[in-house]
Design a protein around this ligand. Structure first.
Ligand SMILES: NC(=O)C1=CN([C@@H]2O[C@H](COP(=O)(O)OP(=O)(O)OC[C@H]3O[C@@H](n4cnc5c(N)ncnc54)[C@H](O)[C@@H]3O)[C@@H](O)[C@H]2O)C=CC1
Ligand SMILES: CC(C)CCC[C@@H](C)[C@H]1CC[C@H]2C3=C(CC[C@]12C)[C@@]1(C)CCC(=O)C[C@@H]1CC3
Length: 346
C-alpha cells in the first residue's frame, strides 16, 4: 500500500484556475505565500509559482496527480452558464464534482475543499430580498446551470467528514464582475453595439447583488483559512456579495456610460419580455437540428434583469469575519478602466 504523506499546508490546487475567478484567486494565493497547482482543461496564462496540470476534472487519475502534496483544494470550474448543453452540465458539475470529492479523499490525510457555488441555487425567477442561506434550494431551477449547481453544492456539503479529515465549505457569490470577466461586460457591450440595449425590463427599480471579483476571492480565502474541524463553517454554504444591493439597471447604465454607450431609457413590461424570451428559447430548441441561433435575451437573463434578488452576508460576517474589501463604486471604476478595447469608438 502506498504511504500517505502529510501535505504541505502552503500548497493548494485551484480546479478551474485558468478561468476568470480562478485566475484572480491564484494571484491572491501567490501574494499570500501559497504555491499553486492549477488544474484546468486549458492553460490561460503563465505565472511564476504556478504549475499547470491540463486535464478534465472527470478524469480521476489526472486529478490525483495534480492533487499530490496538496492540503487545500478550490473547485471553481464550470461550463459557461450561457451554454444549453444539459449533458455537459451534468457531466462536469455533477459527475465531475463526485470525482473531485473522491480524488480529494484518496489524495491525502487532511484535505480541505472550498467549492464555488452560486447564490442562484435558491433563485426561481421570483423576487428574493435579503435572502439568507436558510432559503430552500430552488424547486424549479430556471436553467440546467442552476439545476446542476444545486446538485453540486449538495454533494460537496454532504461529503464533509471531520472523522475522515475531509472538510468542505461552499461559497455562493452573485453576479461576479471585474477585470478579465468574459461574460457580464462583454455580453453587455455586444448587446449595446447591436443596438439592443435601449430598453429597461420592468420599472427599473429592482435591486440586485453584483460582486467585485476581489471580494469573491477574499471570501474564498477566509473560508479556506478558517476551515478547521472545530470551526462552525464545516459543511455550510455562505453568501458572498458586495453587500451593497443596487438597481440592476443603474449598475448596467453605469458600466455602459463608463464605456461611452448610452444608458437604456425606454421601459418594457417584464411579463411581455419574459414571454417573448421563453418563446424564442423554445423556438431555438425546436429548430436546433436545422438552424443554430442563440437568443441574447434568454429567460434566465430576463428574470435576472427584471426581479429583485439580493442576499444577506450576515452568516459570512459572523462565522468568518467577512467584510467586502472593494466598494461597488471602486469596483465599477476599475472594471470600466480595464476594458479599453470595449470602449465605444468616437
Ligand atoms: N461569473 C459569475 O457571475 C458567477 C460564477 N459562479 C461560479 O464561479 C465559478 C467560476 O466562474 P467563472 O470564473 O466566471 O467562469 P470561467 O468560465 O471563467 O471559468 C471556469 C473554468 O473552468 C474550466 N473548466 C470547465 N470545464 C472543466 C472541466 N471539465 N475540467 C477542468 N476545468 C474545466 C474552464 O476551462 C474555465 O477555465 C463557477 O463555478 C461558476 O459557477 C458563481 C456565481 C456567479
Ligand atoms: C442582455 C442584458 C439584459 C443583460 C446583460 C448582462 C448579463 C450577461 C449579466 C447580468 C447578470 C449576470 C449574472 C450571471 C451571468 C451574466 C449576467 C446574466 C450569472 C448567471 C452567472 C452565473 C451565476 O452563478 C449567477 C449569475 C447571476 C448574474
Amino acid at each position: 500500500m502506498a504511504t500517505r504523506v502529510r501535505p504541505s499546508s502552503k500548497r493548494c490546487a485551484v480546479i478551474g484556475g485558468s478561468g476568470f475567478l480562478g485566475r484572480h484567486l491564484v494571484e491572491k494565493l501567490l501574494d499570500r505565500g501559497y504555491a499553486v497547482s492549477v488544474f484546468d482543461i486549458r492553460q490561460g496564462y503563465e505565472l511564476p509559482g504556478v504549475s499547470f496540470h491540463l486535464g478534465d476534472l472527470c478524469d480521476k487519475q489526472a486529478l490525483l496527480s495534480a492533487l499530490k502534496d496538496v492540503s487545500l483544494v478550490f473547485h471553481c470550474a464550470s461550463p459557461a452558464p450561457a451554454s444549453d448543453d444539459r449533458g455537459l452540465f451534468e457531466k462536469v458539475n455533477i459527475q465531475g464534482t463526485r470525482t473531485v470529492i473522491e480524488a480529494c479523499i484518496e489524495s491525502g490525510v487532511q484535505v480541505k475543499l472550498v467549492l464555488t457555488s452560486s447564490a442562484s441555487v435558491v433563485f426561481e425567477g421570483k423576487d428574493i430580498k435579503n435572502g439568507s442561506e436558510t432559503l430552500p434550494y430552488a424547486m424549479k431551477p430556471i436553467d440546467y446551470y442552476t439545476e446542476t449547481k444545486i446538485q453540486q453544492e449538495k454533494l460537496v456539503l454532504k461529503a464533509c467528514d471531520k472523522e475522515k479529515g475531509f472538510l468542505t465549505v461552499a461559497i455562493r457569490p452573485h453576479g461576479i464582475f471585474g477585470p478579465r470577466d468574459p461574460q457580464l461586460v462583454p455580453i453587455l457591450v455586444d448587446t449595446a453595439r447591436r443596438g439592443k440595449m435601449k430598453f429597461i425590463i420592468g420599472d427599473g427599480t429592482n435591486l440586485v447583488d453584483f460582486t467585485f471579483v476581489e471580494n469573491v476571492v477574499h471570501g474564498h480565502i477566509l473560508a479556506a483559512e478558517r476551515l478547521r474541524p472545530d470551526s462552525p463553517i464545516c459543511g455550510k454554504a455562505y453568501h458572498i456579495t458586495n453587500d451593497e444591493p443596487v438597481r440592476f439597471w443603474d449598475f448596467m447604465s453605469e458600466v455602459l456610460v463608463g464605456l461611452g454607450y448610452p444608458a437604456p431609457r425606454y421601459h418594457l413590461p417584464y411579463i411581455l419580455v419574459y414571454g417573448l424570451a421563453l418563446l424564442l428559447w423554445l423556438l431555438a430548441m425546436i429548430l436546433r437540428p436545422l438552424v443554430s441561433f442563440k437568443p441574447t435575451f434568454t429567460p434566465m437573463r430576463v428574470a435576472l434583469a427584471g426581479t429583485h434578488h439580493y442576499y444577506s452576508c450576515d452568516r459570512a460576517k459572523e462565522d468568518m469575519g467577512y467584510k467586502p474589501v472593494v466598494t461597488l463604486k471602486e469596483g465599477i471604476t476599475r472594471t470600466v478602466q480595464s476594458y479599453p478595447h470595449l470602449r465605444k469608438e468616437a
